[in-house]
Design a protein around this ligand. Sequence first.
Ligand SMILES: CC(C)(COP(=O)(O)OP(=O)(O)OC[C@H]1O[C@@H](n2cnc3c(N)ncnc32)[C@H](O)[C@@H]1OP(=O)(O)O)[C@@H](O)C(=O)NCCC(=O)NCCS
Length: 150
Amino acid sequence: MAIQGEGSERRQRGDRAGEPTVHDLVQEDFSLVTQHMVMSEHLNPNHHIFGGQLLAWLDTDVYLHCTNRLRYKSMVTVSMNNVYFKAPGYLGDIIQIYARIKDVRRSSVTAEGKAVAYDPEKQTSREIIACEVTYVAVGANGRPVRIFER
Ligand SMILES: CC(C)(COP(=O)(O)OP(=O)(O)OC[C@H]1O[C@@H](n2cnc3c(N)ncnc32)[C@H](O)[C@@H]1OP(=O)(O)O)[C@@H](O)C(=O)NCCC(=O)NCCS
């Protein structure tokens, strides 16, 4: 895969030993990206985590995973799909956000994200939401740029 930054500079990816190709990236398993603690301001009137808060964490944290793995940071969210709220989260839960890249196309990348409630005392994890997020690489004018060439 070659990644072309804004302007004419082109950084070749996958050509140098040890650098992942697109194939390598989409084969990767989930990585832990970030952790959050559920505070009172994150709760809905049922005393569960507000779904919009989970989506906001996923949007940001899955983006961080993609931007780090692809080494390109000017991307916007174009869609969040297959959102599945599997179980509630509660006050004091430690929420771990995991992500993996699913597909890389010309200007877009789709990644799977999930949040689990982790209990460090019991060493257990409970999955509470899963979704897919697609980001599009954009230039200074906000229009897509075809940076992910294979
Ligand atoms: C993202 C945006 C630039 C795409 O513009 P567009 O005119 O649809 O662009 P194109 O039709 O050229 O498509 C560009 C890429 O986006 C993908 N795309 C467009 N709409 C999509 C959708 N609903 N779901 C998934 N991918 C989509 C296309 O498949 C294409 O991918 P590829 O280049 O890898 O093949 C535009 O929709 C936009 O500015 N949206 C607002 C983004 C935003 O403000 N997000 C919230 C804050 S980050």
